[in-house]
Write a protein that binds this ligand. Structure first.
Ligand code: SF4
Length: 385
């Protein structure tokens, strides 16, 4: 099992109303200090892990993912040293995938050419919607026209795999605008598509407004959950009819373009996380770095501890992860293997779910039923009770 390398770039040009990540707008001076700190963390990670008593995964990593935040905001002078630090710190002959998250309005031909030359072969664009009304309400800085322009530039420099993200549940979204976004996205024929349902929680401005029953950020215009579920199901039909394979609850790809790095999360492969708020997993423990970028930089400079959460994965936790992460994949999970590995009897929890048609069992393989993907959390809760 080859690990992945994740690098967190927490900087954004503005804060989207629905965003609950530890990202934001930070002073420009912090960026170069942060790049230095991340590069240092990458280059010195063996000694740091040893000092903290963390085991290093045995196999060499084979994927790199620059996520955020908005990694595409970095200038080439800031981005390339980070990639060099990874390449010089890990013994990998061939990187199977090097991905970068980008916002459409930040794409330029010059930057994209440097990315390609630096080995980046996959770009994930936060399109989110093709309606300017929804993009404006969400606090996004790009507009509809920026998306095809960005895709064209990325293709022209030879980026082999382009992902477009859409969000279902944005303020102002209607069935009509949702289908307009889907049709516009399909017309661009990206190699990969992710559709995320709006996450409602107190950590985002829109989420806390929704929970409080308020109207700021057009919260009253967020479509209800039933509509979102219906539109999700309609998207599944449209994407399948256009030749996209649905392989994970929120992800579709053309043949040969599944996301290799992200797939490691669902199959519980190890990953190294570098940067503020980055999470890591070595097979036995999960840990996270300090979330605040300025604190993280300060800790790196002064050699203070920079890990703020650390948790050993117990057999019970590993079992639960196998079920709820594994079932996100439409290939399903192998029941016998999991039952043997964890000494559990999962089959006795199935009759009600099978009867309700929420899951399907074929031989040893248990899968979520395609008609229940949008309510998968309820299925997980029942299976893991
Ligand atoms: S660009 Fe992404 S990370 Fe930044 S605020 Fe918006 S949603 Fe959050």
């Amino acid at each position: 099992m080859a690990p992945g390398v994740y690098i967190q770039i927490p900087f954004c040009r503005s804060k989207c109303t629905y965003c609950h990540f530890a990202t934001g707008v930070f002073p420009r001076e912090l960026i170069s200090a942060y790049v230095e700190s991340v590069s240092l963390e990458i280059r010195t990670h063996p000694a740091r892990y040893a000092a903290a008593g963390l085991a290093i995964p045995v196999a060499a990593p084979d994927t790199i993912y620059l996520g955020g935040g908005t990694p595409s905001l970095l200038t080439p002078e800031n981005l390339v040293p980070i990639l060099n630090a990874v390449r010089e710190s890990f013994p990998c002959a061939t990187w199977r995938e090097v991905s970068l998250e980008a916002d459409p309005e930040t794409i330029t031909a010059e930057k994209s050419a440097v990315w390609r030359a630096a080995g980046i072969d996959r770009v994930s664009l936060g399109a989110q919607s093709f309606s300017d009304v929804e993009l404006r309400a969400a606090g996004r800085l790009h507009r509809f026209g920026d998306i095809p322009r960005a895709v064209e530039i990325l293709r022209a420099v030879g980026i082999a795999s382009v992902n477009l993200d859409l969000i279902l549940g944005l303020a102002g979204q209607t069935r009509e605008t949702w289908h307009h976004s889907l049709d516009s996205l399909l017309a661009l024929r990206p190699e990969h598509i992710s559709i995320y349902m709006l996450d409602v929680d107190e950590e985002s401005r829109l989420g806390s407004e929704l929970l409080a029953g308020g109207t700021r950020y057009r919260a009253q215009q967020v479509p209800d959950e039933d509509s979102q579920s219906e539109w999700f199901d309609e998207a599944c039909v449209a994407l399948s009819a256009s030749g996209y394979g649905h392989y994970e609850i929120s992800n579709w790809s053309l043949p040969g373009h599944r996301a290799i790095h992200n797939s490691k999360y669902w199959t519980r492969e190890p990953y190294f996380g570098f940067g503020s708020g980055a999470h890591s997993f070595n097979g036995q423990e999960r840990w996270a770095n300090l979330h605040d970028p300025a604190d993280y930089v300060e800790a790196m400079r002064s050699s203070r501890p920079y890990i703020e959460q650390r948790q050993r994965v117990t057999p019970q936790m590993a079992f639960e992860e196998e079920v709820f992460l594994g079932l996100r994949l439409l290939d399903g999970i192998n029941l016998s293997r999991i039952e043997r590995a964890y000494g559990v009897d999962l089959r006795q929890r199935l009759p009600h779910l099978l009867e309700a048609g929420a899951v399907a069992l074929e031989g040893d393989v248990l899968r979520l039923h395609p008609a229940h993907l949008s309510v998968s959390n309820e299925v997980f809760a029942e299976l893991l009770l």
